[in-house]
Design a binder for this molecule. Structure first.
Ligand code: KG4
Ligand code: ZN
Length: 358
């Protein structure tokens, strides 16, 4: 079963091929340089870039893998949640291919795909506790199967990635700052008491990270030496740049990331009391964060279950996650018709699959 995955939910255009042996090939184009100029993703530019890049990327994927369109058994495409214009480019492209080559289509829930890709190398055991942390989402999910997932809690305002990007911006880092903040924090020592655990003193499973940026802004006002120097024209954020940063910046970043990761763990612990997870899955762009990886690994160890975190390269948006989620659903005999719709952020993604004999 060879599955083509197509991901265009935000600002990364990713395509991949997965079969029974695992990942065959993947291609990817990031739009970070386009949006960095504006300090965030510009939806109109994102969809135009997807439309420009997606055709040549498919040609490259087929050339790299030595496969032909006719070899593909299913086309899996991210249908939501995401930016509607971006999703529409991927869905229209997938539908066109499906129609032209007579290949069944499978619409993919982007959040499920982030979590499921953790099983690409070690199949997941269900039910699993999913901790999904990205730039737009922070969800705790009870994963009953590749199809059946139940949201236990989610952020009421900022996502964990947004909280990292905002502190990064305050320190003077470029968008998206999460990865740089991690580099800086790894050079510092965390003071667990420096930043609060927002929205922890309650008994629910939701998050609210917006309080973190207020705490960070106050701290920065009292510790202005933590602000990073501006880079000169053509200069890059090298290891040396971070090594030379003020220790206040390094320790501040470490403490902030420690608090973000600890907040996730506090609620994940609470979620693990509502059912007996057989493993923990951490996924999404922020799963690449070294503090999040370490602190959630400790949590899973205390819980006595394995933890699965995708490789760093599979954490942020990519085509592999769509391909692998599609592969799992195809194995369950599921697909969509050519009336598949893209679903914008904020709207529920229906489980409106058709059953197709495998
Ligand atoms: O999953 P993703 O690629 O895109 C979506 O939001 O769907 O996640 C992107 C987010 C950004 O906020 C980015 O700053 C954050 O993941 N991120 C990190 C790290 N790498 C990416 N945040 C903290 N530490 C990292 N190492
Ligand atoms: Zn994502």
């Amino acid at each position: 079963m060879l599955v083509l995955g197509i991901e265009t939910s935000c600002d990364d255009t990713g395509l991949a091929l997965v079969d029974d042996t695992g990942l065959i090939a993947s291609v990817m184009a990031s739009q970070v340089p386009v949006h960095a100029l504006f300090g965030g993703v510009v939806p109109e530019l994102a969809s135009r870039e997807h439309a420009r890049l997606i055709g040549p990327l498919l040609d490259k994927l087929l050339a790299d893998s030595g496969k032909k369109l006719q070899d593909i058994d299913r086309i899996a495409v991210t249908r939501g949640p995401g930016l509607l214009g971006s999703l529409l480019v991927g869905v229209a492209f997938a539908k066109t291919l499906a129609l032209a080559a007579d290949i069944p289509l499978i619409g993919i829930n982007h959040l499920h795909a982030h979590l499921l890709v953790a099983g690409l190398e070690n199949p997941l055991e269900f039910p699993a506790l999913g901790i999904l942390v990205s730039g737009g989402h922070t969800h705790l999910i009870k994963m009953n199967s590749p199809l059946d997932m139940q949201v236990l809690g989610k952020t009421l305002d900022d996502a964990a990635g947004e909280a990292c990007d905002k502190f990064g911006k305050m320190l003077g880092l470029p968008y998206p700052g999460g990865m740089y903040l991690d580099k800086l924090g790894q050079l510092g020592t965390a003071d667990p008491k420096l930043f609060p655990r927002p929205y922890a003193k309650n008994d629910n499973l939701d998050f609210s990270f917006s309080g973190m940026k207020t705490a960070a802004a106050l701290w920065l006002e009292q510790n202005p030496e933590a602000r990073l120097p501006m880079l000169g024209l053509g200069e890059k954020y090298t290891d040396e740049f971070f090594a030379c940063a003020d220790s206040k910046a390094k320790n501040g970043a470490a403490s902030y990331l420690y608090a973000v990761a600890d907040t996730l763990v506090i609620k994940a612990k609470r979620a693990a009391q509502t059912f007996r997870p057989r493993c923990v899955v951490v996924a999404g762009g922020v799963a690449a964060n070294s503090f999040v990886r370490r602190q959630t690994a400790e949590f899973a160890r205390d819980l006595g279950v394995p933890i699965y975190i995708p490789k760093n390269a599979f954490c942020s948006d990519n085509g592999i996650m769509a391909a692998y989620a599609g592969y799992l659903l195809a194995k369950m005999g599921l697909c969509h018709g050519n009336n598949l719709t893209a679903i914008a952020r904020g709207k529920p993604i229906p489980n409106d699959y058709k059953v197709l004999s495998v």
